[in-house]
Design a binder for this molecule. Structure first.
Ligand code: NAD
Ligand code: ZN
Ligand code: ZN
Length: 380
C-alpha cells in the first residue's frame, strides 16, 4: 500500500510499504477513506527525531474508513462497516478507561517508563504504532476503539470525530464556562475554531478568539466570536481585560501549544528548562483569566518551564485542567449533535482536501498557514 512516511525534519514522502494485517485477535484492518492533518503532526514534521520518530515511520492519527477484516475478538464491527478511529488506542476495560480517562489507558507497551494510551503515527514514545495517513490502517484494541458512523454524516465531518471534535469538546468541558460567561480562546486553528463553536453551543454568552491570521479570525467571527489579532495590539492580555470589564475571561482555552519553532521534543525527553517566550500563548492564557476562573490547556507542551507565574495563579485562585483528549468519552454526545442538524457546522471546517499523493504539499501548506488552508484532509 501507499503511506505518508516521515523522512527527516520538514520532509515527508509517499512510499510503498507492506500492507498491514491482523496480528492479534483484538485487531481490525480498515481501508482509510479520509485522514486528517493535525497541529500535533506539525510538532513531528518539524522535530520528529527528538520525539522518537524514525525515518520511514508512517504518520497520521485521524482516520475514517471501511472495515476490511476483524480479529476473532472483535464483535461490535464487521467488514463493510464505516468507522472512525479515535486517535488514542485504549482498551476500554482497565482502571483508567473505567474512569473515562482513555488517554491514560494502562495497556500501552511503555517505552521510557511512560504509561498511557499508544497513539497512531506518533513516534516510538507513544508506542511506535504505524499511522493513519495511508491506504490501510491496522487498528489495535479494535474490540473497543472504532465507532460506527451513520451514512448521513459526510466523510469530512466524520473524520473530525477521531480528534478535532472530541479534543475541542473536552477543552470546553474542562474550561467550565459558567452559564452566560465569557470564554477566551488562544489559537484559531481547527481545534480553537471548534472550541469557539462548541462553547457557544453549550451556552457561553461571549467567546473571544485570538490569532494572527486574517482567514482564521474571519472564520471565528463568522461563527459568533469576537476576535483579536494579537499582532495589532500592544498587550493582548490588557486587551482581553478591557473587553471584559477589567476582570479577564471567566475561562480561557490555550489551543496553541508550544511555539512551533520551539524544540518541543528535545524538551520532552530531557528535563531541560523551557524559556517563557516559547510558551507565549500559555503565559497569555494564564494572564487573561479572571480571579477564580479556569484555564483549560489543549495545546501540547513538554519539558520544564521557567518563570511559571505561581504567585499570580495562587493569588487569583486559578484552576488549571489540561491533557490529551479522552476521545471515546465525548464521541457519543458529539454524534448526537451531528445527527441533530450539526449546529456547530463541523461540516464546514475542512477547507482543503487533497489526494494522499500530495501529502508533502499538504504538510507545507498547513504548516505555513497558507491563506484559506485551515483543516486539511487527505483522501487515499
Ligand atoms: P494549528 O497549528 O492549525 O493552530 C494553532 C493556531 O495558533 C494557529 O492558527 C496560530 O496562528 C495560532 N497561534 C500561534 N501562537 C499564538 C499565540 N501566541 N496566541 C494566539 N494564537 C497563536 O493547530 P491545531 O490543529 O488547531 O492544534 C492546536 C494545538 O492543539 C496544537 O498544539 C496541537 O498539538 C494540540 N492538540 C492537542 C490535542 C490533545 O489531545 N490535547 C489534540 C489535537 C491537537
Ligand atoms: Zn491530533
Ligand atoms: Zn484501558
Amino acid at each position: 500500500m501507499r503511506a505518508v512516511v516521515w523522512q527527516g525534519p520538514r520532509k515527508v514522502s509517499v512510499e510503498n510499504v507492506p500492507d498491514p494485517r491482523i496480528e492479534e485477535p483484538t485487531d481490525a484492518v480498515i481501508r482509510v477513506t479520509a485522514t486528517g492533518l493535525c497541529g500535533s503532526d506539525l510538532h513531528l514534521f518539524d522535530h520528529g527525531a527528538s520525539m522518537l520518530v524514525k525515518p520511514g515511520d508512517i504518520l497520521g492519527h485521524e482516520a475514517l474508513g471501511v472495515v476490511e477484516e476483524v480479529g476473532s475478538a472483535v464483535t461490535h464491527i464487521k467488514p463493510g462497516d464505516r468507522v472512525v478511529v479515535p486517535f488514542n488506542i485504549s482498551c476500554g476495560r482497565c482502571f483508567m478507561c473505567d474512569q473515562g480517562l482513555y488517554s491514560q489507558c494502562e495497556t500501552m507497551q511503555s517505552m521510557h517508563g511512560r504509561k498511557g494510551a499508544a497513539l497512531y503515527g506518533y513516534g516510538h514514545m507513544y508506542g511506535g504504532v504505524p499511522g493513519a495517513q495511508a491506504e490501510y490502517l491496522r487498528v489495535p484494541q479494535a474490540h473497543f476503539g472504532p465507532i460506527k458512523v451513520d451514512d448521513g454524516i459526510p466523510d469530512t465531518t466524520a473524520v473530525l470525530l477521531a480528534d478535532v471534535l472530541p479534543t475541542a469538546w473536552q477543552a470546553v468541558e474542562y474550561a467550565k464556562v459558567p452559564p452566560g460567561g465569557t470564554l477566551v480562546v488562544y489559537g484559531l486553528g481547527p481545534i480553537g475554531q471548534m472550541c469557539c463553536r462548541i462553547a457557544r453551543h453549550l451556552g457561553a454568552a461571549r467567546v473571544i478568539g485570538i490569532d494572527r491570521y486574517p482567514d482564521r479570525l474571519k472564520l471565528a467571527a463568522a461563527h459568533g466570536a469576537e476576535t483579536i489579532d494579537f499582532t495589532t495590539v500592544d498587550d493582548v492580555v490588557e486587551t482581553v481585560r478591557e473587553m471584559t470589564g477589567g476582570r479577564g475571561g471567566d475561562s480561557v482555552i490555550d489551543a496553541v501549544g508550544m511555539d512551533a519553532d520551539g524544540s518541543l521534543a528535545e524538551k520532552m525527553l530531557q528535563t531541560v528548562k523551557v524559556q517563557p517566550d516559547r510558551m507565549a500563548a500559555l503565559h497569555h492564557a494564564l494572564g487573561s483569566v479572571r480571579r477564580g476562573g479556569t484555564v483549560s490547556v489543549t495545546g501540547v507542551y513538554g519539558g520544564w518551564m521557567m518563570r511559571f507565574p505561581l504567585g499570580d495563579l495562587f493569588d487569583k485562585q486559578v484552576a488549571l485542567h489540561w491533557g490529551q483528549a479522552n476521545v471515546r468519552r465525548w464521541t457519543d454526545r458529539i454524534l448526537e449533535v451531528l445527527r441533530a442538524g450539526d449546529p456547530i457546522d463541523a461540516a464546514g471546517l475542512v477547507t482543503t482536501e487533497m489526494p494522499l499523493g500530495e501529502a508533502s504539499r499538504a504538510y507545507t501548506a498547513f504548516r505555513d498557514k497558507e491563506a484559506g488552508v485551515i483543516k486539511v484532509v487527505l483522501r487515499p
